[in-house]
Design a protein around this ligand. Structure first.
Ligand code: BG6
Length: 467
């Protein structure tokens, strides 16, 4: 068993969650800068104003990445640093920051992997035309992408256009947990379609500007099982996949929608609105890889009784998660075969293997795991050491699952843990930690390497042999 020689051992972050410096050097406000300050939107009112202050400490952070031997670092660009108003005037300071970050990574032979959109939409565009609800955003997004490709494409090979459109659209328009805080299925379907069009246009432009680069988007992937062998549960599982999973992967990676679900959505909600040329555009944009963010699987059951949305565990109180579902289609139930995290996410390494094999069969494209990790409250011992053993166990098992998937023929290009450093969890605050590096929020954001840091260093050095 072994990983390919040039396997991209990586780790990831996102601008809003790690950078801080929310209004420094000409950065404009994003929807998250405003939304997180509205009462009741985030865990204990936490926000990313300061985060891990990576904007000002990136050299120190890249140095520890280099010591660890990281092969790739996935980070996102804050659109509002490049275009404070979303479009129009460019902020040169923003270009300079990412250019310096890229150079710093390359100095240590760390391959930069850029995410163009990790949820921090310029507030100006939300105000101007309601952001992702309007097709006007497509050209503004593509212009922003063009500026990034032009300025960084000479040095950056790997690009992720969208991070989890299923999450930022689903939570923003379906269950009102993210900005703009709506529960409107019709808008959700239309906005989702617009993200796919923007993704496709950006990919087509990329081919002209960065001919040797590789591009894709990352979808939050929750493979699932039927709760029982009953026909009802098996049918519910199929509906779950078409409603929640293939609905998002197909337009991004096949240029189409699952036919039955398209019919269902158009009959029930009159959406998505598909105009002439849309499907041709989606078809014509070819991704080089599928990005997946994998944390857990789902167990799916029939939902005749009509269970709807009942909230999310954002406190870390284990077993507080209630059943959620889509009335008439399916519901998510507890999988009694699996352990759960304190945030009630099922720990299921084999689901990652299984999920990747499913993707290979459906799309036959290379895969990059752009996120995988354990959110937990890490223990600190008397000497101040962070023995995050559950994280090591979690990552080890998932890396083994990657090996198995490779053996089963999956073309896996890289694996990024979430996250490199402790950072802000959008809805769960700083309490839910994911990093290899602890950030002491009571002591000037001082960094400290956790046990998992040293463990992953060995994993990388041995190319996955020493787990
Ligand atoms: C993904 C996001 O959904 O999962 C990350 O891309 C996020 O930005 C990560 O932080 C973990 O989710 P959470 O809710 O535990 O922070």
């Amino acid at each position: 068993m072994s990983f390919p020689k040039n396997f991209l051992w990586g780790s990831a972050t996102a601008a809003y969650q790690v950078e801080g410096a929310w209004n420094q050097d000409g950065k404009g406000p994003s929807i998250w800068d405003l939304y997180s300050k509205l009462p009741g939107t985030t865990f204990e009112g936490t926000n990313g104003d300061i985060a891990a202050d990576h904007y000002n400490r990136y050299k120190e952070d890249v140095k520890t990445m280099a010591e660890m031997g990281l092969k790739t670092y996935r980070f996102s660009i804050a659109w509002t640093r490049i275009f404070p108003e979303g479009s129009g005037k460019i902020n040169e300071k923003g270009i300079e920051f990412y250019s310096n970050l890229i150079d710093e990574l390359l100095k240590y032979n760390i391959e930069p992997m850029i995410t163009l959109y990790h949820w921090d939409l310029p507030q100006a565009l939300q105000d101007k035309y309601a952001g992702w609800e309007s097709r006007e955003i497509i050209d503004d997004f593509v212009e922003y992408a063009r500026v990034c490709f032009k300025n960084f494409g000479d040095r950056v090979k790997y690009w992720i256009v969208m991070n989890e459109p299923n999450v930022f659209i689903g939570l923003g328009y379906g269950i009102a947990l993210h900005p703009p805080g709506l529960k409107d299925r019709k808008k959700e379907l239309n906005a989702g379609h617009i993200t796919a069009l923007a993704n496709a246009k950006a990919i087509k432009l990329f081919r002209e500007i960065v001919p040797n680069g590789m591009i894709g988007s990352s979808i939050a992937y929750g493979p699932a099982y039927a709760a029982s062998e009953s026909e009802e549960d098996k049918l519910a599982l199929e509906k779950y996949y078409n409603y929640n999973v293939w609905w998002w992967f197909d337009p991004y990676f096949k240029g189409e929608y699952p036919a039955d679900m398209l019919k269902y959505n158009q009959e029930k909600y009159g959406a998505p609105e598909i105009l002439d040329g849309d499907m041709e555009l989606l078809k014509s944009a070819k991704s080089d890889f599928i990005g997946i963010n994998y944390y857990c699987t789902q167990m799916i059951a029939d939902n005749k009784e009509g269970v709807g949305y009942n909230g999310m565990n954002t406190t870390g109180e284990k077993n507080s998660q209630k059943e959620n579902g889509v009335p008439g289609l399916f519901k998510n139930v507890r999988n009694t075969n699996l352990e759960y995290t304190d945030w009630d996410w099922a720990i299921d390494p084999d689901g990652l293997r299984y999920g990747m094999v499913q993707l290979k069969e459906r799309y036959n494209l290379p895969i990059i795991i752009s996120e995988n990790g354990l959110g937990a409250v890490d223990p600190i011992d008397e000497e101040g050491n962070i023995q995050d053993i559950p994280r090591i166990d979690y990552l080890r098992e998932h890396i083994i699952a990657c090996e198995k998937a490779i053996e089963e023929g999956v073309d896996l290009l890289g694996y990024c843990t979430w996250s490199y450093i402790d950072l802000l969890s959008w809805l769960n605050g700083y309490k839910k930690q994911y990093g290899f590096i602890y950030v002491d929020r009571k002591n000037n954001l001082e960094r400290k390497k956790k046990a998992s840091y040293f463990w992953y260093k060995d994993v990388i050095a041995s190319n996955g042999e020493k787990l």
